[in-house]
Design a protein around this ligand. Sequence first.
Ligand code: BGC
Length: 262
Amino acid sequence: MAQALGIDIGGTGIKGALVDTDSGELLSERIKLPTPEGGAPDDIVQTVIDLIEKLGGAPEDVPLGVCFPAIVRHGRTMSAANVSKKWIGLEAEALFEKALGRDIHFVNDADAAGYAEVRYGAAKGVKGLVILTTLGTGIGSALIYNDVLIPNSELGHLELDGKDAESRAAYSAKERDDLDWEHWAKRLQKYYTHLENLFSPDLFIVGGGVSKTADDFLPLLKLDTPIIAAVHKNNAGILGAAALAAPRPASAPSVEFPTDSE
Ligand code: BGC
């Protein structure tokens, strides 16, 4: 059985587990620690070290995948919407590797979730254009066309009502503005209609923690495109990070990742 550790760094929590990358199942309990206030590089690195320790360590022969809420190009973080601005332009993959004393595979969090859904979930075998969006602290996106993932699409930063879309329609905006499902769904309706007009996708997949209660809001949306919850809900980032770090069987979906640092 192929195994890898997956760590999903978010604006609110940092989660990790050991994953069976053949089946996409968790082999350990999922552990979550709060993202340190301010999201500064050294603090996040230290939390990842603590998390790995709680998971029983990360021996060099177990691949380790880490996903992060920013544009990731060739191991560098190129944006920072919900973490410290110190990440912008940082050699983040090298920073983690130095602190952990081992190799890691480092990608954007929504891209990791998208890959997990192509490999083990709702986008498996779906032809055409699939857009996965994660609704959490921010909005992340993964564009998948015929099993190929196009990284760093960052559709959470489209403009909506004259503002950054994620500041209006992320789950954190629902909580901040104390919106009920109906009022939040109105913002989501605008957001997904905009995506639909721009991309004419074949399928929308909704991930992030709130996908656990997708029945409360997905039925309120009227779209031409089918919209469904991610099969792996909030674990998709962990699964995808692990799966991308592990050697891939020939049958696994291809992924064009200009983020690979090697
Ligand atoms: C970031 C993305 C990330 C998303 C979800 C956005 O603010 O720009 O890179 O995927 O949040 O975490």
